[in-house]
Design a protein. Structure first.
Length: 245
């Protein structure tokens, strides 16, 4: 396989991975608390790079890794007392299936038993552990520090944790995260306000992502043309060699 064909095929594969990532970002533009993913490119250096006489390509473009942009999304007012948003760094802690999950999606609900949960039914973790129990038929307030009050009494406080190594958080579903090593976050978020009646929108900028998607598609098409040209040149070379003199 010649160098042009190999390099173009590697570039197409990298663009396909990037297209999947950008398409997923666009699909979650309306998902509360969603954090967009980005890719980092690099060059794969083959062992043949040490041999200057090797005809094989020694470097190929690849997507080295994906990473999540934890930038703040806009806070949108809903007027729903069960909606809460974080203004600043950090995550709400929730009891997921067999592990503690973290999310920026504060679109909360009350279970039939009055337990404060996420829209997916995961109980919200209170500071110090446990859940937050409310009377479904009584109004309640959530202060900027996450303290939940009902009938003039403190019911609990929303646990909000931060990570000093956000890169160790991996996505779980659309808008949840878990730690890569399974260890629970223990650092309370400093300076973060909890705002009731609001939700944090996705931090995906739809126009930017659309431009990015078009750019990737054009790059993919150019690489396809390069492969087609390589095939034409190979065919012409064979025909010239095979042509009787």
């Amino acid at each position: 396989m010649d160098s042009l064909l190999t390099a173009a095929a590697s570039g197409m594969r990298a663009r396909m991975e990037a297209l999947d990532l950008v398409a997923n970002n666009i699909a979650n533009t309306g998902t509360a608390g969603f954090k967009l993913d980005r890719e980092s490119y690099n060059l794969y250096v083959a062992p043949e790079a040490l041999d200057p006489d090797s005809p094989a390509p020694s470097t190929l473009p690849v997507v080295e890794r994906n990473w999540t942009d934890f930038g703040q999304g806009s806070l949108e007012s809903t007027g729903n007392p069960l909606d809460v948003a974080l203004a600043g760094p950090g995550f709400f802690a929730v009891s997921g299936p067999g592990t503690t999950l973290y999310t920026r999606n504060g679109n909360l609900s009350l279970s039939p038993a009055g337990v404060l949960t996420t829209s997916d039914g995961y109980p919200v973790v209170a500071t110090g552990g446990g859940t937050i129990q409310l009377q479904p038929d009584l109004p309640f307030e959530i202060a900027s520090d996450g303290t939940v009050k009902q009938a003039g009494a403190d019911v609990g406080q929303l646990a909000v944790f931060d990570s000093d190594r956000p890169g160790t958080l991996v996505k779980f579903g659309r808008n949840y995260f878990e730690t890569a090593d399974g260890a629970a976050l223990a650092t309370p978020a400093a300076g973060t306000r909890v705002e009731q009646g609001k939700v944090e929108a996705s931090n995906v900028a739809a126009p930017e992502s659309a431009v990015r998607l078009i750019s990737l598609m054009r790059q993919f098409e150019m690489l396809q043309k390069a492969i087609a040209m390589d095939g034409d040149m190979a065919r012409q070379a064979i025909e010239q060699v095979a042509k009787p003199s």
